[in-house]
Design a protein around this ligand. Structure first.
Ligand SMILES: Cc1ncc(COP(=O)(O)O)c(C=O)c1O
Length: 399
């Protein structure tokens, strides 16, 4: 390999998950009708008709600058502030909202806003794999704090132990990818009190960056709390990508808490940071269409039926798997400690899952519930056969 070759240098810089995806057999088989694809939360079924209708309707221009450069447009900001207010009870203001290129864009913007070279950000693990590369790109250092191994809840004492003089923020993601856990208001309050106290000792703020991309994707009617309800130094991240299961049509936002002490300074820095982030603003079309898109959500009852089918059948086969409260994933324990090898055994059966080692949760694997019913039904005998193939003692797995 030539070290001066910019192509090879770039590919070596891919985050581990992207590299795994690019190099795994899944990359070659993706979209093949025969495979059972549980790898990512990507659409496996036709888009919601309402999404198609809204995009068609709003692509017909009403003014000359319909497709002109857009910033965070007022109607989109107003809708975001209103819906966030309705969901959290916190009176977010349109002026304190930046419309972004989905949640990726909102996170990149948040990290750019609060970033200082050498600053640290605490990530509760297991976590979405892209926090780390986004933090590193902003010059921030990720510090990992594992969740409670039994409850998968935030380990407040563990977070506190990870706080140091350089701590700038804690990322909270509820409902959580990959655990499916929804943190209670009481847990969030304990965390808020602990880091509020640590910030006072440090003499500077510790923010919560609250990634709420799954806020509307919950089971059994659960209504997640937001850290914004208990902690003023919160920046809320949202995206419509999951709610609409149309993640390629990008729109999301970053919202600053109305009672945040540094509100004015951060608000004033928003647009400059969006520009410096490569015009991190959603397309004109997505902003026009937002009022028609926002009321739409994928079929949650169907998602719940898929969750229940997989949880109960995998459980009866002998997998140790808990039922998620929200988001779109299951996180079973692998029957052998080496989750990469186990994912390979499943891949040999055309069944693709994400090994836990890629997101700081070795010994487990993640399934996306966006797989179709047909894929789920076809996968069940393979999950059973793969478990048998490992020779693992099923009682031991479940214990
Ligand atoms: C927890 C979490 N945050 C952020 C994102 C990024 O969302 P988007 O693609 O809508 O920007 C994802 C995508 O899977 C996610 O799971």
């Amino acid at each position: 390999m030539n070290d001066n070759d910019p192509t090879t240098t770039r590919s070596r810089e891919l985050p581990p998950l992207s590299r795994f995806l690019a190099e795994s057999t899944w990359a070659a088989r993706r979209g093949d009708r025969d495979i059972m694809d549980f790898m990512l939360a990507s659409p496996q079924e036709m888009p919601l008709p309402g999404v198609t209708a809204a995009l068609k309707y709003w692509s017909d221009p009403l003014t000359k600058d319909w497709f002109g450069y857009k910033g965070s447009e007022e109607p989109a900001r107003e809708l975001s502030a209103r819906t966030l207010h309705e969901r959290t009870g916190v009176p977010f203001k349109p002026d304190d909202i930046a419309m972004t290129n989905g949640a990726f864009g909102a996170l990149a913007l948040a990290f750019r806003l609060i970033g200082q070279p050498g600053a640290e950000v605490i990530v509760n693990t297991p976590a979405w794999s892209f926090y780390e590369p986004l933090l590193l790109a902003a010059g921030l250092t990720p510090v990992k704090a594992p969740v409670d191994a039994t409850t998968l809840d935030i380990d407040v004492a563990g977070v506190l132990a990870a706080v140091g003089a350089a701590t700038r923020a804690v990322i909270i993601n509820s409902p959580n990818n990959p655990t499916g856990r929804i943190y209670t208001t009481a847990t969030l309050r304990r965390l808020a009190n602990a880091i509020g106290e640590a910030a006072r000792c440090n003499g500077r703020p510790i923010y919560i960056v609250s990634d709420e991309v799954f806020a509307r994707l919950t089971f059994d009617g659960a209504r997640p709390s937001s850290p914004a309800e208990v902690y003023a130094n919160t920046l809320v991240v949202y995206s419509w990508g999951k709610q609409l299961m149309a993640p390629g049509q990008r729109i999301g936002y970053l919202a600053l808490h109305p009672e945040m002490p540094d509100l004015e300074a951060l608000r004033d820095a928003l647009f400059a940071a969006q520009l410096a982030g490569g015009f991190n603003v959603p397309s004109a079309l997505m902003q026009h269409a937002l009022p028609d898109l926002d009321p739409l959500t994928i079929d949650l009852e169907h998602l719940q039926r898929k969750r229940d089918r997989l949880v109960s059948t995998l459980g009866s086969i002998g997998y140790d798997v808990r039922s998620p409260e929200g988001a779109v994933y299951l996180l079973p324990r692998a029957p052998i400690a080496d989750d990469m090898t186990f994912a390979g055994l499943l891949a040999d059966r055309d069944l693709f899952v994400l090994p836990g080692s890629l997101f700081d949760y070795p010994g487990h694997f993640r399934l996306s519930l966006t797989a179709s019913d047909d894929m789920i039904e076809r996968s069940l005998p393979h999950f059973e056969a793969a478990l048998r193939e490992t020779g693992a003692d099923q009682a031991a797995i479940a214990s």
